[in-house]
Ligand binder design. Structure first.
Ligand code: GLN
Length: 604
């Protein structure tokens, strides 16, 4: 038995007799679970998330069970309070955790739902340690960064391995080696390899080879210094992935290899590519997956059939991504590009998935509704083939968003409303079809005379969520013979007629107004299975007009694109090519009947 297994079996508490502190969950089997750790060096913003999830996908494709975890250095307990302007979108997991966009990248690439165990922050770890301390959990010891905080990190990782029965726990450390805030993670991960023993942990260091334009050649000093920081922390990387603009040259690779003690066959060029979706295949063709399997003695657990099938499925998606597209459409998204691009990352991805599947190049234009007057809606929107009003908070720009919805509704322009965009559609309908001129939302006007959108804590109490945000995956009952039913045909649970969708909202349709809205033709085609909470709306006589109180973008995956986005892109193609037979676009995603003649034809 390797000495490290003794360590794992005997240790557990640090007392004055022993300096070892390896809290190990009960039943943990040493050697069963392996660990891959990705560190960033030199600088952030190198695409560590996309690289890590691509490598994790490669391993998953081999039939291995992967439990990814993103370890963030910040002290926030979760991402719920982070501004999207600073930190990109808040990605909501099915279990309701508000996390960051990197978890979205993992979910999309692994095509796997994650949970709150797949994400942690320094704040969460310190909270656990401090709570334990208050409960006398450290047997009279002074509580220290080492061994207690680091011990908590190792415990969490082993617990994750067991809970998700992982062949590989795939750890991505946030930030860059050298940051104060992630230093204890690095130390914990160093200890993890020591305790788990050889062949259990594989360290991958992402680095950056600079090519200053004035020199026109690749320079490795920054990479060397970055990697040295990792070595100083006691971590000998096993694999190096060198980001660069152009393929990393042999000489540069040699220098990197030589200064970091990593053999050449484990130094990989991770240069820029046209599509991030090609990363997995190129990592594979260069053999990075094979090196990881070798380091971790995992070749025996590979399922070759699974791998062939997963690769073929992925390749067929990538072929669609890189192909020249037959159709071209333009979608207007109400939001500010410069500030909000990352805030709407999942929407961009969802549109990208659907464009590839429907053979359309989809251009997204950003419409800043805070600068636009409501009267300008027609002039602004006439160039588009579809419009998305995404989620949002606060009143700025809402009148113009409502004007955009009205324009889409009256001009047969395909419309997808997401969360706030769903609520905007209800307000437009109440005002301009039902005739409740002052209809509004109490989010923007607490004294609204007709608050069709309101905060309804009593509804949420029924769900046990108090007056707070309604968060995470919930069931949605889909109406028979609706557009929603057609779109979700492959996802609807046949027994319950339900789908699952992810929510993040406080306000909703006030049930008092449901009847009058429906009497005037608005169809609520998705509802809470028991409560009068409206979750999907649509218009039967419109080519494509749909809204979700949830966030459909969060569940779109490259090989399982989200149906409401597929419907939107298909309808947008039809809008751009009114004379094209629907079969030439999609028989699956377009409604069979021809739409009625437009009230006032939209220019295209
Ligand atoms: N602000 C709205 C609400 O809280 C919409 C939220 C959202 O779009 N995510 O209900």
């Amino acid at each position: 038995m390797p000495p490290t297994q003794d360590l794992l079996q005997e240790a557990g508490h640090s007392t004055h007799e022993s300096e070892f502190f390896n809290p190990v969950p009960k039943g943990y089997q040493p050697g069963k679970h392996k660990y891959v750790v990705v560190f960033g060096t030199v600088l952030s913003g190198l695409g560590k998330g996309i690289f890590s999830s691509s490598l994790a996908k490669l391993l998953k494709d081999k039939g291995l069970t992967i439990a990814p975890i993103k370890m963030e250095g910040y002290l926030n307990i979760d991402s719920g309070t982070l501004s999207p302007y600073r930190h990109g979108e808040v990605f909501v997991l099915d279990d309701g955790l508000e996390t960051d966009m990197d978890l979205g990248t993992y979910e999309r690439l692994l095509d796997q739902n994650l949970t709150r165990d797949n994400y942690t922050t320094s704040g969460q770890i310190f909270k656990r340690v401090l709570e334990k301390e208050r409960h006398g959990g450290y047997l009279g010891r002074d509580v220290q960064m080492i061994p207690h905080v680091t011990g908590e990190v190792k415990y969490m990782l082993r617990e994750l391995a067991m809970k998700q029965d992982a062949d590989v726990v795939f750890i991505e450390v946030g930030g860059t080696v050298g940051d104060h805030e992630n230093a204890f993670y690095i130390e914990a991960l160093r200890q993890l390899a020591f305790e788990e023993g050889e062949g259990s942990v594989c360290y991958v260091a992402l680095t950056y080879v600079i090519e200053p334009p004035a020199l026109g050649e690749q320079k490795t000093k920054a990479a060397q210094l970055g990697l040295k920081k990792l070595l100083e922390a006691g971590v000998q990387p096993n694999i190096i992935a060198a980001r660069a603009k152009n393929p990393v040259e042999q000489g540069a690779k040699e220098k990197v290899a030589m200064f970091s003690n990593v053999p050449m066959n484990r130094v990989f060029s991770m240069h820029d590519r046209d599509s991030v979706y090609t990363i997995t295949e190129s990592l594979r063709s260069e053999g990075m997956d094979r090196e990881v399997l070798t380091m971790l003695n995992l070749h025996g657990r590979v399922d070759a059939n699974h791998e062939d099938q997963a690769r073929e499925e992925w390749r067929s998606f990538v072929r669609k991504v890189v192909a020249d597209r037959k159709h071209k459409v333009k979608i207007g998204l109400t939001g500010k590009y410069a500030q909000l691009r990352d805030a709407y990352a999942s929407i961009e991805k969802a549109v990208e998935h659907c464009g590839a599947h429907l053979n359309a190049k989809v251009e997204i234009d950003w419409i800043d509704t805070t600068l636009m007057k409501p009267d300008d809606a027609a002039a602004t929107l006439k160039q588009y083939n579809g419009v998305i009003v995404p989620g949002g908070f606060g009143h700025r720009g809402t009148e113009s968003k409502i004007a955009c919805v009205q324009y889409c509704r009256e001009n047969n322009l395909p419309y997808l409303g997401i969360c706030l965009g769903f609520q905007m559609a209800v307000i437009d309908y109440a005002r301009n079809v039902v005739g409740l001129k002052d209809a509004g939302s109490t989010e923007f006007d607490p004294n609204s005379p007709d608050p069709v959108i309101d905060i309804l804590p009593e509804q949420k109490k029924i769900e046990g969520l108090g007056g707070n945000m309604r968060l995470g995956g919930k069931d949605v009952l889909i109406k028979k013979d609706s557009l929603a039913e057609m779109l979700f045909a492959d996802e609807i649970d046949k027994k319950t007629s339900q789908i699952r969708a992810r929510f993040r909202h406080r306000f909703e349709v006030d049930p008092k107004y449901i009847n009058v809205l429906e009497q005037h033709g608005l169809v609520f085609s998705g509802r809470h299975p028991e409560q009068p909470i409206m979750q999907v709306l649509e218009l039967p006589d419109h080519p494509y007009f749909i809204g979700g109180q949830f966030h459909p973008e969060l569940t779109s995956r490259p090989i399982h694109p989200q149906p409401m986005f597929m419907g939107l892109v298909a309808a947008a193609i039809q809008h751009a090519n009114p004379d094209l037979a629907p079969e030439k676009i999609s028989t699956r995603w377009l409604r069979p009947q021809k739409p009625k003649a437009p009230a006032s034809p939209a220019a295209s």
